[in-house]
Design a protein around this ligand. Structure first.
Ligand code: NAD
Length: 497
């Protein structure tokens, strides 16, 4: 297998750092995918300066000019889709069809942003004074730091980088230290597409040093962060100390599928399976809670349990694998902690997942799915905290209103799916549950790039990504032009002395 030596991309040039770190395959730690530089404070500063210098000429291009470079990038993505898909599976472990979905989603985002370049970017507004024209325009914010997680190592960087540069900002991307080689492949494609030097800089490294230095840099105007709640809240506090710095934080979830008494049982079981266990539960929109009406609980539980027992765990490149490895040993420890806590808090275990350490699993971070029944009570760790692993509770409830009360009882509010055939019921749930992404008769996963993506409460800070990110990476400015030969003021103001 090839070994890739990643570099930082700063001002259009490939640069090393004084130290490096390794990226290994979570399915087999003997497979070393490559090495990446650990960008120092000096490297971060050089990248920010490059972005700052590039900003003035980049923002002076038209939106269409900038979109044309993104269009070239789309062509390269199409050319390399298979390679990218394989690399995603090799570096972050998810099964090949999910690696491919990640790359396809990234391509869709690039295509969508290309199209945005030719759409209206402002409005003409009537004035109180007929001789005046008023406009609402969008202006870029400047240098934007993009900090991204490992679980969508190609799609998420593009959700944030491409709208930012389309709008005329320049960018420093710091990909996750778990997936630096995916980040490096993106850097190669940015370079090949012909973005001018300094417009997109990619620096590698961990959060505590490289990421922290980047978000605190005084010349960074805005931060687009996607990752855990702990880090996101910390970054919000960092930004709050500097009154010019804007921050978007897209964070975790403790999502749920709500299965009402009239649900189509096939849809309910499949939605729960996909929501709970796809990507081995390592999606921000994973449902760790399946809230089921007591009237159908027995049949639902029997059918879901049968399905979960059939889940094949293994290397994502092997046929028929539904769950790949967890990303690292810390992920396995977190899964164990959540499982042990659930049992301690009174879980009735239905499928008792174990860590897998023998034979084909010996060199990876493999665990089995964990499924349990839990009578709802407030203030439990297992029902409230994100496990980010295959850890799913079935929670029996009495009817729709109790289901939504239980659903809302977390700090989070990212994704919610309701399974029902009754249009009055899904409408009520739609209007009373707290979430940023809602689904009916679907899993809680499966977003599309032209819809806003983000959560409420502790899942996000109100600037959903993907489609809506343009709102954040630009200032909306008012601009008024007088076409008269005298000054006529609004609100009857007079120029008379
Ligand atoms: P993480 O928070 O550990 O890391 C995310 C990024 O932040 C990484 O690039 C990391 O290096 C960086 N980072 C860490 N500490 C930092 C610091 N002090 N300063 C600056 N940067 C720092 O998250 P992860 O493990 O990569 O991803 C999993 C988490 O992300 C889960 O909680 C998941 O729910 C969430 N997530 C959210 C979304 C969403 O859109 N809401 C999407 C995907 C993942």
């Amino acid at each position: 297998m090839s070994h890739i030596e990643a570099k930082n991309l700063i001002n259009g040039k490939w640069q090393s750092s004084s130290s490096t770190f390794q990226s290994t395959n979570p399915a087999d730690s003997r497979d070393i995918i490559g090495t990446a530089p650990l960008a120092t404070a000096e490297d971060v500063n050089t990248a920010v300066m490059a972005a700052k210098n590039a900003y003035h000429s980049w923002k002076d291009l038209s939106w269409v000019n900038r979109a044309e470079i993104i269009d070239r990038f789309c062509e390269l993505m199409k050319r390399d889709l298979d390679d990218l898909s394989q690399l995603i599976t090799r570096e972050c472990g998810k099964p090949f069809n999910e690696g491919r979905a990640d790359a396809v989603e990234a391509l869709h985002m690039a295509q969508y942003v290309t199209g945005l370049g030719r759409l209206p970017i402002g409005q003409v507004i009537s004035s109180e004074v007929p001789a005046k024209d008023a406009y609402i325009l969008r202006k870029p914010k400047g240098v934007i730091a993009c900090i991204t997680p490992w679980n969508f190592p190609v799609a998420i960087p593009l959700w944030v980088v491409l709208p930012s540069v389309l709008a005329g900002n320049t960018v420093i991307l710091k990909p996750s230290e778990e997936t630096p080689i995916c980040g490096h492949r993106l850097a190669e494609l940015f370079h090949e597409a012909g973005f001018p030097p300094g417009v997109i800089n990619v620096i590698q490294g961990n959060g505590e040093t490289t990421g922290d230095t980047l978000v605190k840099h005084p010349d960074v105007a805005a931060i687009l962060f996607t990752g855990s709640r702990t880090v996101g809240k910390y970054i919000q506090q960092v930004a709050a100390k500097e009154n010019h710095k804007f921050v978007v934080t897209e964070m975790g979830g403790k999502n749920a599928c709500i299965i009402l008494e009239d649900a189509n049982m096939d849809i309910a079981v499949n939605a729960a399976l996909l929501s709970g266990y796809k990507t081995s539960g390592q999606r921000c929109v994973t449902s760790g809670r399946i809230i089921v009406d007591k009237k159908i609980e027995k049949e639902f539980t029997k059918r879901l349990t049968e399905q979960v027992k059939k889940i094949k765990v293994g290397n994502g490149m092997s046929d028929g694998v539904f769950m790949g490895p967890l990303i690292n040993k810390e992920g396995v420890e977190k899964w164990k902690k959540h499982r042990d806590m659930a049992i301690k808090e009174g879980a009735e275990v239905l499928v008792d997942g174990k860590e897998l350490t023998d034979g084909e699993y010996a060199h990876g971070n493999f665990v089995e799915p964990f499924l349990y029944r839990f009578e709802y009570r407030p203030d439990t760790f297992c029902l409230r905290e994100e496990a980010f692993s295959p850890h799913v509770a079935i929670i029996p409830v009495d009817g729709m209103e109790e289901a939504v009360k239980v659903y809302n009882d977390t700090e989070y509010g990212l994704s919610m799916a309701v399974i029902t055939e009754d249009y009055r019921k899904w409408r009520w749930v739609r209007d009373h549950a707290d979430y940023g992404l809602g689904y009916v008769n679907l899993p809680s996963i499966g977003a599309e790039v032209h819809l806003p993506f983000g959560g409420v409460k502790s899942s996000g800070n109100g600037h959903p990504g993907a489609e809506s990110i343009l709102e954040f990476v630009t200032h909306r400015i008012a601009f008024t032009v007088n076409h008269s030969e005298e000054i006529i003021m609004a609100q009857g103001l007079s120029t008379k002395l």
